[in-house]
Design a protein around this ligand. Structure first.
Ligand SMILES: Nc1ncnc2c1ncn2[C@@H]1O[C@H](COP(=O)(O)OP(=O)(O)OP(=O)(O)O)[C@@H](O)[C@H]1O
Ligand SMILES: [Mg+2]
Length: 385
């Protein structure tokens, strides 16, 4: 089973490219679901037909679904939000909320995971193509399971992360009756953990970044690439969409020259990640025929559901008295991040993004002795206390 998620700056063509990928996958004989996590109902626009908030067959082997958070919360997830808030409402956890709220703008995003987990368990589809909202929201979505784990670890320091323990403490210290929601909470955590494992497995999940040959867009693509590496997700392709054809264009001469330089820059900076390209179609792209044209340009006759590239973003090596952990985070500057270690958790702040990385257990008994950044590697040394 495969999950392929498209991300990139607003308006670059994520929905179009995701749809093209799903059509390719369906034509290759895989039972394919195209799901949009974007509240803007973009798939309906791309396919020029109204789509439902549950999978709906629109073509042989191709199902589409427009994720609707209100529909989903009501149908599958009604008590969850209330529950999460009640856990954090009691004394002593306030500060953590204040500090961490920025990491977790809304529990709503989590509902998308519940759908994905359901599809993963049911195995009805071979390939699930996810069209997501612009980069920032995608990162929130992807970091959600880790952020929640980090919350709980900080809220209850010294406690091994286990919902059982959390539940007991909450009942004892606050009297908040978690009994009703207790099982639900346990289920939520189990599900988040399942889907996170699936997303972090490069054989199963590929992230593809869509960009255009324009300066701001490329910068955002690079930033997204760093963060995705940081979170441990495998980026298996980059897509350059809306390339202007260069023949006989006098008015666009300068634009086309820059475009050429930008494409060259992308090819150099992202290598060895494979790059796929699609031309500007000269018209807006909606409906299966036009999307299929993009599909042909991008993938030719190749199966788009394959894993195009696999990278190893985390390496652990033994050194004298401890371990060196190497994390691949390209395109950042040394001064842009800070790093702290709590127990087996490593907290890395890069600009406004925060990542908690849970190191192997041994890290509990070690201290952070040194770290340095040497593009693209962040090297952390842990030695015995
Ligand atoms: N190769 C192309 N040639 C011409 N038009 C294109 C091409 N790719 C996408 N478009 C058009 O650009 C617009 C934006 O595309 P799309 O909706 O796929 O972007 P998006 O990244 O999903 O946007 P959003 O961030 O809003 O979700 C649409 O009108 C689409 O038809
Ligand atoms: Mg879109």
């Amino acid at each position: 089973m495969r999950f392929i998620l498209f991300t990139g700056k607003g308006g670059v063509g994520k929905t179009t490219v995701a749809a093209a990928t799903a059509i390719n996958s369906a034509e290759k004989g895989h039972k394919t679901l195209l799901i949009s996590t974007d509240p803007a109902h973009s798939l309906s626009d791309a396919f020029n037909q109204k789509l439902a908030p549950e999978p709906e067959l629109i073509k042989e082997n191709l199902w589409c679904m427009e994720f609707d958070v209100y529909y989903s919360m009501k149908k599958y997830w009604s008590n969850m939000r209330e529950l999460i808030y009640s856990v954090f409402r009691f004394k002593g956890v306030k500060n953590v909320i204040a500090e961490e709220l920025s990491v977790l703008p809304g529990m709503e995003e989590g509902a998308a995971f519940l759908w994905l987990e359901k599809f993963y368990q049911e195995k009805q589809f071979d390939v699930i193509v996810i069209d997501s909202a612009p980069t920032g929201e995608t990162l929130t979505l992807l970091s959600l399971p880790q952020a929640i784990k980090s919350w709980f670890t900080k809220a209850f320091p010294g406690q091994k992360f286990a919902i059982k323990t959390v539940g007991k403490i909450v009942r004892k210290t606050t009297g908040v009756p978690l009994d009703k929601g207790y099982d639900e909470m346990q289920t939520l955590f189990d599900k988040l953990e399942v889907i996170q494992k699936v997303f972090l497995d490069p054989k199963m999940t590929s992230i593809r970044i869509v960009c255009n040959p324009e300066r701001m867009v490329i910068q955002e693509a690079k930033r997204a690439f760093s963060y995705l590496q940081l979170y441990g997700y495998n980026v298996d392709a980059l897509i350059i969409n809306r390339i202007y054809p260069s023949e006989g264009q006098i008015f666009f001469k300068d634009y086309l020259r820059n475009q050429r330089l930008y494409i060259q820059e992308i090819e150099e900076d992202f290598q060895p990640v494979p790059i796929f390209k699609a031309f500007h179609q000269g018209v807006e792209v909606f409906g299966i025929d036009r999307i299929s044209q993009i599909k042909n340009e991008l993938y030719n006759n190749e199966d788009a559901s394959q894993v195009f590239y696999k990278d190893e973003a985390l390496k652990i090596k033994e050194i004298k008295d401890g371990y060196a952990v190497k994390l691949k985070i390209p395109f950042i500057k040394e001064y842009e991040f800070s790093l702290k270690k709590f127990g087996d958790e490593l907290v890395i702040d890069i600009n406004n993004q925060r990542k908690s990385l849970f190191l192997p257990n041994f890290a509990n008994y070690m201290k952070l002795s040194h770290y340095e950044y040497s593009e693209p590697w962040l090297i952390i040394e842990l030695v015995k206390e």
